[in-house]
Ligand binder design. Structure first.
Ligand code: 5GP
Ligand code: ZN
Length: 111
């Protein structure tokens, strides 16, 4: 699989890892948009939310994102979990991922 995030899972491309379990991997975004900007991905390749069939997969990603936020110390202050899906939302890597953004106030509505 030539997917960038699958290569990070296989350690073929370096990344700053934050957490890992049997199903998910979390690592720092290479171009952070907030003091905490971590990407949480399922180890199983799924291109985007549009292709998900297993509710457990997204449930695991979401709760892993919650745990990362707690470990990063932003759970109390607040954080945002974002899944960009396809072109209009600006998805650039087609392996499902949740952005965990915290450590600053994020605006609403998002851009
Ligand atoms: P998207 O735009 O698809 O929602 O998010 C993709 C994210 O992956 C972007 O925030 C981008 O900065 C990040 N990214 C792209 N390439 C790499 C990489 O090689 N390593 C890491 N750690 N993050 C990456
Ligand atoms: Zn992949």
């Amino acid at each position: 699989m030539s997917c960038l995030f699958c290569k990070i899972i296989r350690r073929e491309i370096p990344a700053t890892l934050v957490a890992e379990d049997a199903h998910c991997l979390a690592f720092r975004d290479i171009n952070p948009q907030a003091p905490t900007h971590v990407l949480v991905i399922p180890k199983e390749h799924v291109a985007s939310l549009n292709q998900v069939t297993d509710p457990l997969l997204v449930g695991r990603v979401l709760l892993f994102a919650r745990d990362v936020a707690a470990a990063e110390g932003v759970a109390e202050g607040g954080y945002r979990v974002v899944m960009n899906t396809n072109a209009d939302a600006g998805q650039t890597v087609f392996h499902l991922h949740a952005h965990v953004l915290g450590g600053r106030v994020t605006g609403w509505p998002p851009g």
